[in-house]
Unconditional design. Structure first.
Length: 467
């Protein structure tokens, strides 16, 4: 095992890898329930699709993460991407619901688009083009991605527990503890308070050099959560059989059902062939740059970059990601991508593919133990995300702030990633900023052609598709 995963060579241990895998799993386990909710838009009457997506989501997470661990041998986990699952619902299922059509037909049409985009990923990865695109990004853009992801996942952590809340005037605000006390609803803000306490526990343990500080902080926070709310985690097996039944009927290989390809490019659903092609391009762009951003960010945090500042085994990571997307479409779920929450496992010491294998095992168990993913509440996983945000933000010091062009590109990448809730959008805005500055300051070079193409593609996406 040590030789296969190069555990000692990368300065890790089996115990550390196991803890890192558990940390990553519990940080991203929410996707098991959230993904089918997003794909179905929380709509009533879509229980069959929900069950199919539920099983498909777990299976693709298992398969994709195993490929990442055993083939790429990297500590990154894969699962269905947030944002893309909501886009899937809006583009394919919602139109059918609004027009009184068959949502299953829309679901299958969407799988076709995801399948085609996955094949495009696979071709780009196999030919090396996808790696070339990643390596062609300018240094300021590469470096800022890691810092941007740090803020992005911290923002996710704050949102998950209501530490920040909606405000009609300022868009967001701090959790209203005073209001909760005044209304006798203190339990409603307990998750936010515990999340902050959990974050402090993780930081204090880390500062004192305690190994496994992240997962210790997570479980201590979870323990106090159940004590305060007076709940006991339970396991429900009643829906397991029905989930597999619906998966077999409408999920697996639904992409190859009669009429699904026609519907994927039909004028009624997507606006014809051109509309279908634009949807394929949109899914390609978002998944590609979400993955590129995540790989650069987490590899930087793990100190797993080569002499050129690119992640080691980048080509294999890309192959693993694109293969998982194709497999995911055949299993009946939306686009699979490398998860940014992998950074929590990296911060816990994960450095090899064994971390990914542990994550895959945990996901597999969720096929038969449905509530396993929710045993650790959001208030326990959110502190880990915020803590990783602190660590990854340190990469901002690598941006050359003495150069206005570099600092502008870095700032726009970071702030766009955070405020638009999208790693891909951040990279797109950064590429546009870089291209414009180099052209109008006379610094444009032939090596910048690829960045320019990326910028133009994102401009086209922003103008033609709302996402």
């Amino acid at each position: 095992m040590d030789k296969f995963f190069e555990i000692s060579k990368r300065g890790s241990t089996v115990r550390t890898e196991i803890f890192a895998g558990l940390t990553t799993f519990f940080a991203m386990a929410y996707i098991i329930i959230v993904n089918p909710n997003q794909v179905t838009g929380f709509s009533e009457g879509l229980g069959q699709v929900w069950n199919a997506v539920y099983v498909g989501s777990i299976l693709v997470a298992v398969i994709g993460t195993l490929i990442m661990g055993l083939y790429a041998k990297m500590p990154f986990a894969q699962a269905c991407g947030m944002g893309l699952n909501s886009f899937f619902f809006v583009s394919f299922i919602l139109p059918e619901l609004m027009n009184g059509g068959d949502p299953v037909e829309g679901y299958h049409a969407g799988l076709v688009i995801v399948f085609i985009s996955g094949l495009v990923f696979l071709i780009l990865s196999f030919t090396g083009a996808r790696q070339y695109i990643a390596k062609a990004m300018p240094p300021a853009l590469k470096v800022s991605v890691s810092a941007g992801i740090g803020l992005f996942i911290a923002y996710i952590g704050f949102q998950n527990v209501g530490f920040i809340q909606d405000n009609q005037y300022t868009l967001t605000q701090l959790v209203d503890i005073h209001g909760a006390i005044a209304n006798g609803e203190l339990l409603n803000v307990v998750p936010a308070i515990l999340a902050f306490v959990g974050f402090l526990i993780i930081v204090i343990l880390g500062k004192r050099g305690v190994r496994g500080n992240v997962i210790i902080g997570m479980f201590v926070t979870a323990f106090f959560y159940y004590i305060i709310v007076r709940e006991v985690p339970s396991f429900d097996y009643s829906q397991v059989g029905q989930s597999f039944k619906d998966f077999a009927e409408v999920g697996v290989f639904g992409v190859f059902t009669a009429g699904s390809w026609h519907a994927a490019f039909s004028p009624e659903l997507v606006g014809g062939v051109l509309g279908g092609i634009m949807l394929v391009v949109a899914f390609c762009l978002v998944d590609m740059f979400d993955t590129i951003g995540t790989l650069y960010g987490t590899a930087s945090e793990a100190d797993m970059l080569d002499e050129n500042g690119d992640p080691i085994n980048l080509d294999k990571c890309m192959m693993a990601d694109s293969t998982a997307t194709v497999v995911g479409a055949m299993l009946g779920t939306s686009t699979c991508t490398t998860f940014v929450e992998s950074a929590t496992g990296v911060s816990a010491g994960g450095r090899t593919g064994l971390t990914s294998v542990i994550v895959a095992i945990c996901f597999f168990l969720c096929l038969f133990l449905t509530p396993l993913a929710s045993v650790v509440p959001a208030c326990a996983t959110s502190p880990a995300l915020v803590y990783v945000g602190v660590l990854m933000l340190g990469n901002v010091k690598k941006i050359d702030m003495t150069d206005l062009a570099s600092s502008a590109v870095g700032f726009m990448t970071i702030i766009s990633m955070l405020l638009t809730y999208s790693i891909a959008n951040g990279i797109g805005i950064g590429a546009i900023t870089y291209t414009a500055i180099t052209i109008f300051t006379g610094k444009y070079k032939s090596k910048d052609i690829m960045v320019t193409i990326i910028a133009l593609l994102f401009i086209l996406k922003f103008c033609m598709i709302t996402m």
